[in-house]
Design a protein around this ligand. Structure first.
Ligand SMILES: C[S@@+](CC[C@H](N)C(=O)[O-])C[C@H]1O[C@@H](n2cnc3c(N)ncnc32)[C@H](O)[C@@H]1O
Length: 152
């Protein structure tokens, strides 16, 4: 059977320079349940957390990149890099059309995504609200939005 190229989709999600390991544990759990192919950390590596009660490390891999350049070099072929951040130029998630192959990048709990990183993203999306959400919660909402729209 022939599969149309644009029906072929997958995504990864991760955090740049996370501060709290339990957020990676929570994100990993959501990523596994909501259909991510992998998660990743950039800059700071991850130590196993109790927040990943489902032992998601058995289900999808976590990749670690030394820094943003290392991560950028290893973005999968033909994938779009999607920054998730509250910035004026960002597209509202409600109107955002997810690409078939995507890598979602979240920012650190304290500083968010730096301007230099945002400049390298193909798309930037933001979630509703005047204050920032917890990073793992923000990632989970983006993943839910993706599956809700692509499954239509
Ligand atoms: C706690 S927030 C960072 C807040 C940081 N103090 C700032 O103002 O940039 C951590 C990350 O969660 C994500 N995030 C939280 N709320 C968001 C929102 N409303 N829209 C998009 N991303 C959000 C972003 O990836 C952000 O970098």
């Amino acid at each position: 059977m022939k599969v149309k190229a644009d029906n072929a989709n997958y995504f990864g999600i991760g955090i740049l320079q996370h501060k709290r390991g339990h957020n990676i544990g929570t994100l990993w759990r959501s990523a596994h349940i909501l259909g991510a192919s992998y998660i990743f950390t950039i800059g700071k590596s991850y130590k196993k957390q109790t927040s990943d009660v489902l032992k998601s490390w058995r289900e999808i891999p976590l990749f670690h990149y030394d820094d943003f350049d290392d991560f950028y070099k290893h973005i999968p072929y033909n994938s779009q890099l999607v920054g998730v951040e509250m910035v004026p130029d960002a597209e509202y998630i409600k109107e955002y059309k997810h690409t078939p192959r995507a890598v979602y990048l979240l920012g650190a709990e304290d500083k968010g995504l730096p301007e230099k990183v945002l400049e390298r993203c193909h798309h930037i999306v933001q979630l509703p609200g005047l204050k920032s959400l917890n990073v793992a919660v923000a990632g989970s909402i983006v993943m839910y939005d993706r599956i809700a729209k692509l499954e239509k």
